[in-house]
Design a protein around this ligand. Structure first.
Ligand code: SF4
Length: 369
């Protein structure tokens, strides 16, 4: 996978000596640097270019996060089953460019690739929140507004996060990625507190829809290496893409994934349908005219998103879930952004409350080293 190189580095005045800024500048000595005034972000965002979202990804802005880091995952809305997941974002936008990525709509007016420098505020916020409820097991992920690891060779955030989370007994940190940028991770001991998870789609979909990401084989090699270094691993078959050969594509992908890693140390597997708002579909059609994602049997659901037609979606979930059960019988499976009625149809039960899903995912089912 090609490593990201910005065309320009923008640093908010006052943040020049933040550790992440110094690391990035040392790793990109040739890249032009400009100091910008706080609050200028909107003016700096590209607006008049044919593809301003892509242009935003080419400039890297270092700034402070001025609001809180810790948030509830937005998936638990609109009558969907929630898994009580929390998110923290040190980065906004992503150097890769999947045709279905919701950031194309969510960050349309604010597309600069932004890195927050005040990581110490993130860790103190997390410490306070998890120490307040020592009996609760938390799951916190960094992969909501960006890929968790694609910029790690440049930013080295894993050196801030892994040692911190390794000391917290009631939290699992999830680093979610479509990259193979794991070199820095291998330097740290996660103490069973870090799950590195890969979003997987069959290789044909990686090539046609997940632009700039690591290949399917590169992701599995990376999963193998982090598992050998003591990390737990997770897989997300999300979004599930319906295409003419989906059955053989997903069957082979599952077989390869679970022969690459030790299934007993896979923390969880999730399933999720492709879901796109009307605005996101319009953007994807404009930016990726060759995409194959918009031609399947899809319907508009109650939460305002287009999904694969329910009967077909349930068939896909059931088929893929059965293959996963066969490959990794102990690994918990869950669905992202689905209704209780779809849970019933696929798993034969729906969680009574969000705590049920969270409990299932944090119970000690993963073999220890
Ligand atoms: S890897 Fe994730 S965040 Fe990055 S473009 Fe793809 S879907 Fe978006």
């Amino acid at each position: 996978m090609k490593r990201y190189q910005p065309e320009e580095i923008l640093i908010e005045r006052g943040e020049e000596n933040a550790p992440v800024v110094l690391r990035a500048r040392a790793r990109l000595p040739e890249t032009p640097v400009r100091i910008v005034e706080p609050g200028w972000e909107r003016e700096l965002s590209p607006r008049n270019e044919a593809d301003s979202f892509a242009a935003g990804k080419r400039r890297l802005l270092f700034t402070r996060q001025r609001s809180t880091f810790l948030e509830h995952c937005p998936a638990g809305t609109a009558g969907l089953v929630c898994c009580n997941y929390l998110v923290v974002s040190l980065i906004s936008n992503c150097p890769m460019d999947c045709s279905y990525c919701f950031l194309q709509e969510y960050l349309a007016n604010n597309p600069l690739l932004k890195v927050f420098t005040n990581v110490e505020d993130l860790t103190s916020e997390v410490a306070k929140a998890v120490d307040r409820q020592p009996w609760r097991q938390f799951r916190i992920g960094t992969g909501e507004l960006s890929d968790s690891l694609a910029l790690d060779p440049l930013l080295g955030f894993s050196g801030d996060l892994v040692p911190f989370f390794a000391t917290r007994k009631n939290v699992l940190l999830e680093l979610k990625t479509k990259s193979d940028c794991i070199e820095d991770l291998l330097k740290y001991d996660p103490q069973e507190r870090v799950v590195v998870s890969w979003s997987l789609t069959p290789p044909a979909i990686v090539e046609s829809e997940e632009h700039g990401t690591a290949s399917f084989a590169e992701r599995l090699r990376a999963a193998q290496r982090v598992q050998a270094a003591g990390y737990k691993v997770g897989f997300h078959f999300d979004p599930l893409i319906e295409y003419p050969q989906w059955e053989e594509g997903y069957r082979d992908a599952i077989a390869q994934a679970f022969s690459a890693v030790d299934p007993r140390r896979v923390a969880w597997v999730s399933l999720g349908s492709l879901r796109m708002t009307p605005a996101l579909r319009a953007t994807a059609r404009r930016r990726f005219p060759q995409t194959r994602l918009l031609s399947g049997e899809q319907i508009l659901c109650d939460d305002g998103k287009w999904r694969t037609f329910q009967a077909l979606r349930v068939k896909m979930y059931r088929t893929i879930s059965a293959w996963l059960k066969e490959a990794a019988p102990q690994t918990p499976q869950y669905m992202c952004m689905e209704t209780a009625s779809v849970w019933e149809k696929v798993f034969g039960h729906a969680p009574a409350c969000d705590k049920d899903v969270a409990r299932m995912l944090t119970q000690p089912h993963v073999a220890t080293l």
